[in-house]
Write a protein that binds this ligand. Structure first.
Ligand code: 5GP
Length: 122
């Protein structure tokens, strides 16, 4: 599958500074910011700065530097938010079945309360 990136998506606008965000962490290749509609006491979105649609796209085409930076950024966010002890959940929605709203690769970092079972029955 080949991916086509829509550079008018909301996270692309955030990366270009056209829309404000509540930044948690910025690194060379990644940005982490608070979700506008948090679903847990900690709800941070971590995105690569590059134009990737989904985790699969990122894994296929990102450089090792981008992948390392992104992975470490997630860990850094967990440490900054102090969630290692209580625990946390990472989610990366992709495509229709994943119910992805914003077509720019992102990982949700959720924590701060018991999060329940991973999936509800459809
Ligand atoms: P998805 O369903 O694509 O995995 O989740 C997209 C997430 O982006 C949602 O949790 C939604 O609340 C968040 N979101 C959408 N628009 C904005 C925005 O303009 N700013 C921020 N900070 N989060 C947004």
């Amino acid at each position: 599958m080949s991916y086509s990136y829509d550079d008018e998506n909301i996270f692309a606008k955030i990366l270009r500074g056209e829309i404000p965000n509540d930044t948690v962490l910025e690194t060379e290749h990644s940005l982490a910011f608070n979700d506008i509609q948090p679903q847990a006491p900690v709800h941070v979105l971590v995105i690569p700065k590059g134009p990737y649609v989904s985790y699969d796209h990122f894994a296929q085409e990102a450089s090792e530097a981008e992948i390392t930076d992104f992975t470490r950024a997630i860990g850094e966010v967990c440490r900054m938010k102090g969630v290692q002890e209580g625990g946390f959940r990472l989610i990366s929605n992709a495509g229709e079945h994943g119910v992805q709203e914003v077509p720019h690769m992102h990982v949700h970092v959720l924590a701060g309360r018991p999060l329940g079972r991973m999936l509800q029955k459809a």
